[in-house]
Design a protein around this ligand. Structure first.
Ligand code: FAD
Ligand code: SIN
Length: 527
């Protein structure tokens, strides 16, 4: 396929909170193109429920938000990254409100709720449990106000265009056409990789594309072993693992095993509001002990009208499965939710590749350590999206970056008869997701990880296969990221935060170091 060519000053790949916020920062600096691989609203941002953490309430302080984030991160947060998050968050939220974002209020004051491992009520929410939609709406409206920002939807990025080890653009599949988009700076904001696991809260777009694309181009990937599993998603035959927000526990919901016994107080002093990794493992332990596939979330002791008003989306969704959350116990079990690792960046979103920047869930700034504090991710998207946008503009300006000479680059697409059928792609995708859930999930060990590694090894040829369509490329990306997670999980012989090894329950040697992976090199510790 012969690509057409397009040029732009700044290419932002991803239209969730991080990509949109970066684009806004760049709007005054040149032409900006934002790509989304699906419709613009299909992002994790759009599905976010619980809220956005920010130290803005009268009873809160930035320093307390800092302490809570560090504690939840289990010793692996980069302290300077956390400091930036909590300090730059409040003014950016106020700015977002000034752009039209509406958060729920009590009287005339903003209403803050509680979530796991927070020591203060500091989570802002919108229309109860539709916070992500509201943030996205406000950001998309703001983006629309800049004529310099254009958007391409259903534009699937295949690979970065590299020239002399510098990123100069990206190759994009849009419908049946391939476009080589040349840019002075490229920002990856492609979100997470939850779809690699068979049980996940993540939308279909979360196939780890950004991590795989950056890895193929030679970028440093760090902390890939740290996958966060959300404790409470709906467990119902044939239903997707719909998220049941941690804010429900923040408002008083409790966890019970299938015999109706509340168990969290036996596992952690913070009970249901313990850090996410602790609650997830406690649930798993109860499921094993009771030989059950789920535990229960119980809100039935709370006021019915309050529940309906506070969690309207969750209430309505559960009713579709004949569960009235005001009256019934809700069957729940954990699911893959958020990847703490990803494309390594410094505090300004610069990756190890010149011209390539990353922000949001795809990036690994170290802000979440080994276990992200609830509702810190939307905040990260705002804070690091803005910083990354600023830095990309500075880079182009200070280094007087022009557009690369336009020449032809390989696209990784084939015109030939596909070597893998559509059905084989689907079958491999489905098996991959099960292998990752069963062998690289909440509890891992040398044996389970080695089984996964062996299976991935047999499928490695797919990573080298040229494809014709998005599904094929997604599979390639999913296999790549699965390999990175598995190798890093094998390498870290210890248990920290969300990474739990049943054969190495202690923290292990070098536990305070971050892991690093680079193409064609074994996993190692970062300096
Ligand atoms: P996303 O919002 O996922 O956006 C990714 C973008 O990249 C999309 O536009 C997508 O189309 C695009 N993209 C991806 N690959 C490609 C490609 N190959 N080519 C072109 N475009 C591409 N966090 C909180 O802080 N609070 C919460 O309450 C909360 N609730 C959550 C609830 C759910 C159900 C989920 C799944 C997550 C939740 N999180 C929450 C986590 C948070 O929503 C995400 O981490 C955050 O929104 C990620 O933002 P992002 O901009 O990095 O990526
Ligand atoms: C939730 O509402 O439980 C999700 C919050 C988050 O992932 O930060």
């Amino acid at each position: 396929m012969k690509p057409s060519v397009k040029t732009v000053d700044f290419l932002v790949i991803g239209g969730g909170v991080a990509g949109l916020r970066a684009a806004i920062e760049l709007a005054a600096k040149g032409s900006v193109l934002v790509l989304t691989k699906d419709k613009p609203t299909e992002s994790s941002t759009g599905y976010a429920q619980g809220g956005i953490a920010v130290a803005l309430s009268d009873e809160d302080e930035v320093s307390i938000h800092y302490e809570d984030t560090i504690k939840a991160g289990d010793g692996l947060c980069r302290e300077d990254a956390v400091k930036i998050l909590v300090e730059e968050g409040p003014p950016l939220i106020l700015e977002l409100i000034s752009w039209g974002a509406e958060f729920d209020k009590e009287g005339s004051k903003l209403s803050f709720t509680m979530e796991g491992a927070h020591s203060r009520k500091r989570i802002l929410h919108s229309r109860g449990d539709a916070t992500g939609k509201e943030i996205e709406r406000a950001l998309i409206n703001k983006v629309r106000s800049f004529p310099s920002i254009a958007k391409f939807d259903f534009a699937f990025t295949l690979d970065l265009i590299m020239d002399n080890n510098k990123c100069v653009g990206a190759t994009v599949l849009r419908g049946d056409s391939v476009i080589n988009i040349f840019a002075k700076a490229v920002i990856l904001a492609t979100g997470g990789a939850g779809q690699i696991f068979s049980r996940t809260t993540n939308p279909m777009i979360a196939t780890g594309d950004g991590i795989a694309i950056a890895y193929r181009a030679g970028a440093l990937i760090s902390d890939a072993e740290f996958m966060q599993f959300h404790p409470t998603t709906l467990y119902f035959p044939a239903a997707p693992p719909f998220l049941l927000s941690e804010a429900m526990r923040g408002e008083g919901a409790v966890l019970k095993n299938i015999h109706g016994k509340r168990f969290m107080p036996e596992y952690h002093e913070m009970s249901e509001l313990a850090p996410r990794d602790a609650v997830t493992r406690a649930i798993l332990s109860e499921m094993v002990q009771t030989n059950s596939r789920h535990v229960y979330l119980d809100l039935t002791h709370l006021d019915k009208e309050f529940i309906k008003k506070r969690f309207p989306l969750i209430y309505a969704t559960c009713l579709q499965y004949n569960i009235d959350i005001t009256e019934d116990l809700i069957p729940v079990s954990p699911a893959a939710h958020y990847i703490m690792g990803g494309v390594y960046t410094n505090l300004d979103g610069e990756t190890s590749i010149k011209g390539l920047f990353a922000a949001g869930e795809v990036a690994s700034t170290g802000v979440h350590g080994a276990n992200r504090l609830a509702s810190n991710s939307l905040l990260e998207g705002l804070v690091y999206g803005a910083r990354t946008g600023k830095q990309a503009a500075r880079y182009v300006d200070e280094e007087k970056i022009g557009l690369a000479e336009i020449k032809s680059y390989p696209t990784g697409l084939t015109d030939k008869e596909p070597s893998m059928s559509a059905l084989d792609i689907e079958k491999t995708r489905s098996t991959l997701r099960q292998v990752m859930w069963n062998k690289v999930g909440i509890i891992r060990c040398e044996e389970s990880l080695s089984i996964a590694k062996k299976w991935l090894g047999k499928k490695h040829f797919i990573i080298e296969t040229p494809f014709q369509n998005r599904r094929g490329f997604e599979l390639k990306n999913m296999l790549t990221v699965a390999q990175l997670i598995t190798d890093s999980a094998l390498f870290r012989k210890g248990s920290v935060g969300a990474h739990f090894r049943s054969d190495h329950k202690g923290r292990g040697d070098n536990w305070q170091k971050h892991t690093a992976c680079k193409k064609d090199q074994p996993v190692t510790w970062m300096d």
